[in-house]
Design a protein around this ligand. Structure first.
Ligand code: ADP
Ligand code: TRP
Length: 314
C-alpha cells in the first residue's frame, strides 16, 4: 500500500518558477511513490478573484500547467476542489464549530492580508479551516508545500487532533513536506518570489520575457558574485557546475545573467511546448479533471458518512 499525498494550488494567476520549484516539482518527483491527489484550490481563490472569466481561465491554466510540467493523470488524481465543494463545506462547518476565533486570529497569512489592506471577509478568515478540510478529507500522509504554507498545515493537524479527541478517531495526522533547498525561491528582487510582490519569473513566458525578467534581477556591486542571480541559478545547476562559470564571470553580471537566461529557456522549452499544445486542445485537460472529480467525489461521500456518524448527524 502506497502512502497518500495531497496538495493544491490556488488558481490566482500564471505560475512562476517559485511555484514550480517550491511545489509542482515535488508533486512530480513523488508521483510514482505515493498515491497522489493534486487539486486546483478554486474555492480558496474566491477569497481574492472576483471576475468570472478570470477564474475560469486561471483554473484551466493551473490544470494545464500541472500536466505540462509532467504530472501524469494515469498516476495522479487531478481535480478541481469545487468538485467536492458540498462535502468540503460541510466538513468545514463541523471544524468551524470546534475552532476558536482567537486561534484563527493568529494566522500569519490572514494578519499579512489585513495589514496589506485586504477586506477582512469571513472567507479569508476561515481560509485555514477550508484548507484543513481539503487535507483531512483525503487522509493524506504527506502534504508537499512551500514554507509559507507550514502554519496552515499545523492548523490542519490541530483540527484533526481536536476532532479525534472530541468525537472519534477519523483523521490521520498529515505531515508537511518542505524542501529546504526550494522552500523559498527568491524573486528578481531577492525577496520570496510571489505574484503579490510582482517579482516573478513566469514559468511559461516567451524567451524574450524570460530574458527581460532575468536582466531585471537586482544586483548590487558589493561582491564578485551577483547573489540574487546565483540564488536562482542554483535551481537549474549544481554548485559544482556553477563554480567555474561564476569564477570566469567574476564582476561581469551581464554574462552571468545571460547564462542564467539560457539555462531557464532550455529548461522550460519542452514544458512550454506541452502547455501550448494543451491550451490548443482544452478537452485533454477537461477530461482529466472530470475523471478526477468522479474519483474524489466517491472518496468524499464515503468519508462524510463516517464523519456524520461520528458527530451524531447519522
Ligand atoms: P504566490 O505567492 O505567487 O501567490 P501561491 O501562494 O499561489 O504563490 O503558491 C502556490 C504554491 O507554490 C504553494 O505551495 C507555495 O508554497 C508555493 N510557492 C509560491 N511561491 C514560492 C516561492 N517563492 N518559493 C517556494 N515555494 C513557493
Ligand atoms: N493555501 C494553498 C496556497 O496558497 C493552497 C491550498 C489550499 C492547499 N488547500 C490546500 C495546499 C491543501 C495544500 C493542501 O498555495
Amino acid at each position: 500500500m502506497k502512502k497518500v499525498l495531497l496538495s493544491g494550488i490556488k488558481p490566482t494567476g500564471d505560475m512562476h518558477l517559485g511555484n514550480y520549484f517550491g511545489a509542482i516539482k515535488q508533486f512530480i518527483d513523488m508521483q510514482d511513490s505515493y498515491e497522489s491527489y493534486i487539486f486546483i484550490a478554486d474555492l480558496h481563490a474566491l477569497t481574492t478573484v472576483r471576475d468570472r472569466e478570470e477564474l475560469r481561465k486561471n483554473i484551466f491554466t493551473i490544470a494545464a500547467t500541472y500536466m505540462a510540467c509532467g504530472l501524469d493523470p494515469k498516476k495522479v488524481t487531478l481535480f478541481q476542489q469545487s468538485a467536492i465543494g458540498g462535502e468540503l463545506c460541510e466538513l468545514t462547518w463541523m471544524f468551524n464549530c470546534l475552532t476558536t476565533v482567537p486561534y484563527l486570529e493568529r494566522a500569519v497569512a490572514y494578519k499579512d492580508a489585513i495589514a496589506n489592506g485586504k477586506e477582512a471577509t469571513v472567507g479569508l478568515f476561515d481560509y485555514p479551516i477550508l484548507m484543513a478540510s481539503d487535507i483531512l478529507m483525503q487522509n493524506p500522509d504527506v502534504v508537499p508545500v512551500g514554507s509559507d504554507q507550514k502554519q496552515h498545515i499545523e492548523y490542519a493537524r490541530d483540527t484533526a487532533e481536536k476532532f479525534n479527541r472530541i468525537w472519534s478517531e477519523q483523521f490521520k495526522m498529515p505531515e508537511p513536506l518542505i524542501l529546504e533547498s526550494t522552500g523559498i525561491v527568491p524573486g528578481i528582487d531577492g525577496r520570496k518570489m510571489s505574484k503579490s510582490y510582482g517579482n516573478t519569473i513566469p514559468l511559461f513566458a516567451s524567451d524574450a520575457e524570460i530574458e527581460k525578467a532575468v536582466m531585471s534581477i537586482v544586483t548590487d556591486s558589493s561582491g564578485d558574485i551577483p547573489t540574487n542571480v546565483y540564488a536562482i541559478h542554483k535551481l537549474f545547476k549544481s554548485e559544482a557546475e556553477l563554480a567555474p562559470l561564476y569564477e570566469t564571470n567574476k564582476g561581469k553580471y551581464k554574462a552571468s545573467k545571460d547564462a542564467l537566461a539560457n539555462d531557464i529557456k532550455a529548461f522550460v522549452a519542452p514544458m512550454r511546448a506541452r502547455y501550448i499544445e494543451l491550451c490548443a486542445n482544452p478537452s485533454l485537460v477537461e477530461d482529466v479533471l472530470s475523471a478526477g472529480a468522479k474519483v474524489v467525489k466517491v472518496r468524499a461521500e464515503q468519508k462524510m458518512v463516517a464523519v456524520r456518524k461520528s458527530v451524531g448527524l447519522l
